[in-house]
Design a binder for this molecule. Sequence first.
Ligand SMILES: Nc1ncnc2c1ncn2[C@@H]1O[C@H](COP(=O)(O)OP(=O)(O)OP(=O)(O)O)[C@@H](O)[C@H]1O
Length: 752
Amino acid sequence: MGFRQSDSARADALRAEQSYVSMLYRRLDLAREAADRALRDAFARGGAGNRQALMEREATAAEKALLLARLSAVERGLCFGRIDDADGSTLYIGRVGLRDDDHSSVLIDWRAPAARPFYAATPADPGPLVRRRHLHTRDRTVVGIDDEVFDLDRMSAGDRRTLVGEAALMAALRRGRTGRMSDVVATIQVEQDRVIRSGLAGALVVQGGPGTGKTVAALHRVAYLLYTHRATLERRGVLVVGPNAAFSRYIDSVLPSLGETQVVLSSLGELHPGVHATAEDGPETAVVKGGARMADVIAQAVRDRQRVPDGDLEVAVPVRTSLRDGVEVVVEEMPVRLARAACERARDRARALRRPHNDARWRFVHEILRGLARDEAEQLDRPMDAEDLKYAASALWGHGTVRAAIDALWPRMTPERLVGELLSDVELLRSAAAPYLAEDEWATLLRPRGEPWTVADVPLLDEAAELLGEGDGADRASERTAAAQRAEEELFAREVLTVNALDERMDAGALAERNRDAGPYLTTADRAARDRSWAYGHVIVDEAQELSAMAWRTVLRRVPARSLTIVGDIAQTGSAAGARSWAEMLDPHLKGRWREERLTVNYRTPAEIMAVAADVLRAVAPGEEPPESVRYGEAPPRAVPAGETDLRSLVDAELLEIGDGRVLVVVPDDRLDETSALFPESSEPLESPVAVLTVRGAKGLEFDSVVVVDPAAILAQSAKGGQDLYVAITRTTRRLTVVHEGPLPGVLARLR
Ligand SMILES: Nc1ncnc2c1ncn2[C@@H]1O[C@H](COP(=O)(O)OP(=O)(O)OP(=O)(O)O)[C@@H](O)[C@H]1O
């Protein structure tokens, strides 16, 4: 299928494409000017109208600002492909759809059905195409063309492979790694295209080995779904959950480069608003904390906070006070009482409401206060009608002693307090956990008070939040609302200024002030990100094999429609609480509602290095097939005894070899600090030329050169040590060095 043109034919083709592409950029400029004008008009309209008019102005302005942002994002590589049919028709494919003055299409959005043959045609099955052309542009200039001519008669069987746009793909894969993932819209492969365009309903599992483009395909799928189901998804929002915050930063430029800015990226440790958990538990604790029985433990912990006193409730209340030096002091107190049985009745009635703990608390408070007020009236021999009772009860609530007594029985709880106290108080833990867990299980959960939250605590906090209800005090709630409102106003103002380059004419404060007239403008993503109970339209979970049963409960709570893309590789499971099979993990929640697509080609790791990884995989997961690499590396992978070289010089030599690229030093968990100290420049793993990470920290990332330190210790560090070594080896795009302390582990024998 390779197709060579003469130099002059090539120059003619370049000229013709340049003229077409220049026309497209003129169209883009016109579309931007129109959106910019519409935005200005929207602003000019507002100011003094009624609230309804102001709200409409804000909505129009927001819509135009988003359109402008989208049109700005597609500047680079606006048009990257062209397809020619047997009947002589030609379509140009790009990042956005454009039309000419007669409303005829001049550029097809890559997500539109008409663009599909560009991605789906293979030499063996070209569909209607006679030629596919990849256009390479720099700024607005066409600098190269790659053609595939589908002339099956002239092709050998070997040539009828399924790689799409091989020359363009190889050029893309050879590029050095920048520390940020880029989009691959011009070179999406057939099996990835199937994932991207799969329907919105239900859960799609994308299983594939390392480097098969699971993450990149899932992100393109978000863009595709937003294009195809914009009305639904823009209103409900899309959430992408990754394994850690570094991973979220690693992928955060892909969607904006595809023109989509309204997506919430989060990690498991950040799913509970206000908590940014990064610490990890040891494997035994993680298994217990991640198990489904923890939901019962948390529910019991909440019930344990709905108490009755051991005997009758007795509270001292002031009956006489006097002013001394301007201060009110109690001069006489009397005890008021409520029988234990009455307290029990109050608790049962509050529980019977089947409301969250903090919401049901008012029923309990109300019943107890009335009981105490009746006792007080009896003791003082006061007659009591319904009005008096109400008044006396609210007077009692004014006494600190009464409040404290009731709080001790049914306190208002935050999730942080409930879980924090549960995990650090042996009696609370025993009471909540003993009915569901063996002692040696629940004992692993105990830890000192005030320890930082771990990632596995987040599902517990979320579970607790569900059972406790928001129940903020009125003051705290209004404070939060006001602060959030101010932040939103400024943020929106800044976004509008950025996308429109309006800075010279208006500053963010002034714009925020204008917006304040109409109330805050909140994008769907803003609202969704700060609302724990937000129901997303679609959720993507990456590195999904690491999620525990409890983590799945947290994720699924955010997507009641059960529309998900679940991306991962069972062979890479490193967490002791993670998945051993998709069915085992998903059936309890999604039985009959999930389907699986497999990705089989590795675009990252060269074949010689993948052969080493395959040996490791065979040893730890004999049933799993490693993916097939599409290319060969520049240097054979090697093993170096630790005594022969020091790590610093080895890494410096690697940096020289790869030129502009980036090196990962991947270490056993307990050597992270010591190794990081050797590379002070590695503090920002995505920015600096050298990153020092554990396997867990390196999940999902990739580097030009990888140095694996002490593979025997990585193998031995947990029951999933083999999977960890497999992950470590497959992070590289070009070079692999293994530095071993003792003898080289048997699974790496190929490196001898
Ligand atoms: N169609 C493609 N065109 C160009 N590059 C691609 C394509 N598919 C994947 N890649 C590149 O291959 C690399 C691996 O992709 P990605 O990180 O999505 O894989 P993954 O399956 O999520 O890997 P892992 O499971 O190891 O984290 C990335 O650099 C990605 O840009």
